[in-house]
Design a protein around this ligand. Structure first.
Ligand code: DX5
Ligand code: ZN
Length: 213
């Protein structure tokens, strides 16, 4: 099981040390929540922090872009060292056009789906997506309660991906702890994102617990 710590809940003053601790505990990638105060009601980090984190790890960096205009900013995140860009289906631009640009420019990407969006809408976008990210909370803040209904989406995607032999991996983000993480794994998730559970309960123990699910 791949664990992708979301550094939104880390101690930013200790970020370098905490990144190393995550790696030593067996994290498989890092999840960077980019919020612009428009697409969601919160503001977090920009490309400069991504570039600083890039210097601290060789693990895959996924940028979860919760911004209104990913078409304007995606290059800055790639230049900062992001490996995979996670784009919301709900972004108020033509997502399909942005995906075409990513494909032309050989940019690795994934598609993100909100709790209230019908999963069938994203099926056509799965081929070519390295990741499909199911939100199990409404995006904006860490520390929210896991929405159980999102497990149905994970199950449906698992079936769809397996039936078609796609290589897309299923990731889940929001309210993941050792209990909800277990449900997500049983439903067919490949990657667990977690922020508050990891950074508020001891990095090493929590990552090890999640990895063993
Ligand atoms: C929510 C973010 C998540 C979130 C996870 O908008 O995409 O990555 O910070 O936080 P926890 O694990 O605390 O729910
Ligand atoms: Zn996220």
């Amino acid at each position: 099981m791949e664990i992708s710590p979301s550094i939104i809940s880390s101690n930013l003053l200790e970020l370098g040390t905490q990144i190393k601790e995550c790696q030593d505990a067996g994290a498989g990638s890092f999840h960077l929540d980019i919020m612009d105060g428009h697409f969601v009601d919160n503001i977090t980090m920009g490309p400069d922090l991504v570039a600083a984190i890039r210097k601290g790890t060789n693990l895959r960096l996924d940028c979860h872009l919760m911004i209104e205009r990913p078409d304007r900013y995606y290059k800055s995140f790639i230049n900062a060292g992001a490996d995979v860009l996670l784009i919301h289906y709900e972004t108020p631009i033509e997502v399909i056009n942005l995906i075409k640009k990513f494909q032309d420019e050989n940019i690795r990407y994934g598609i993100v789906i909100n709790p209230d969006t019908d999963v069938k809408k994203i099926y056509k976008l799965i081929p070519g997506s390295e990741i499909v990210l199911v939100m199990s909370v409404f995006p904006g803040f860490s520390g929210q309660k896991f929405i159980e209904k999102s497990l149905e989406k994970v199950k449906a995607l698992r079936e769809f991906i397996d039936e078609n032999n796609y290589s897309t991996r299923i990731e889940i983000d929001g309210g993941i702890n050792n209990e909800t993480g277990k449900l997500a794994v049983e439903a067919g998730a490949d990657i667990l994102v977690s922020a508050s559970y990891i950074f508020k309960n001891g990095i090493n123990e929590s990552i090890k617990k999640l990895k063993s699910l």
